[in-house]
Design a protein around this ligand. Structure first.
Ligand code: MG
Length: 162
């Protein structure tokens, strides 16, 4: 199997792990009584599943073998909402790097169809990092203010699907 296709298969796993991570964070926010954060993360988790399916579909369309591996267990507790979102941002940066790496290999192996397919993800990753950074910035501004946290929770709860 070409390295490009091996990395595409691995990316299916990374995207499902992202969904697992955000769903686990959503459950943590439910424990804190912050339903808006939880809803925001549940929508995020669904989008990650859609990403995984896009990679899966791309391999199928290319007539390449799909190899699904087991998904790693995500963390289940965080010290604070801020810690959870810092981790989410670091995670998305890692995902961006992984997708860039696939692109690099795809060009080297002259897999131009995959390069073209990845273009949607290059743009998507900038958005993903941006929306997570927005929440993290808001949490930093709020600090220890409980009213601020309550209001941010209301705002995030208004996130629309898709
Ligand atoms: Mg993703």
């Amino acid at each position: 199997m070409k390295k490009t296709n091996k990395l595409l298969n691995e990316q299916i796993n990374h995207e499902f792990y992202s969904a697992y991570l955000y769903l686990s964070m959503a459950a943590y926010f439910h424990e804190l009584g912050l339903k808006g954060f939880a809803r925001w993360l549940e929508i995020q988790a669904k989008e990650e599943v859609e990403h995984a399916i896009k990679f899966y579909k791309h391999l199928v369309d290319k007539g390449e073998k799909v190899v699904l591996k087991s998904i790693k267990e995500p963390p289940k507790d965080w010290e604070s909402p801020k810690e959870a979102f810092s981790q989410a941002l670091e995670h998305e940066k890692k995902i961006t790097r992984l997708i860039y790496d696939i692109g690099k290999v795809a060009l080297k192996e002259e897999e131009y169809g995959t390069w073209e397919f990845l273009n949607w993800f290059y743009k998507e990753q900038i958005e993903e990092e941006d929306i997570v950074r927005d929440v993290l910035n808001s949490l930093n501004l709020i600090g220890e203010d409980k009213v601020g946290l309550y209001l941010l929770d209301k705002e995030l709860g208004g996130r629309e699907e898709g």
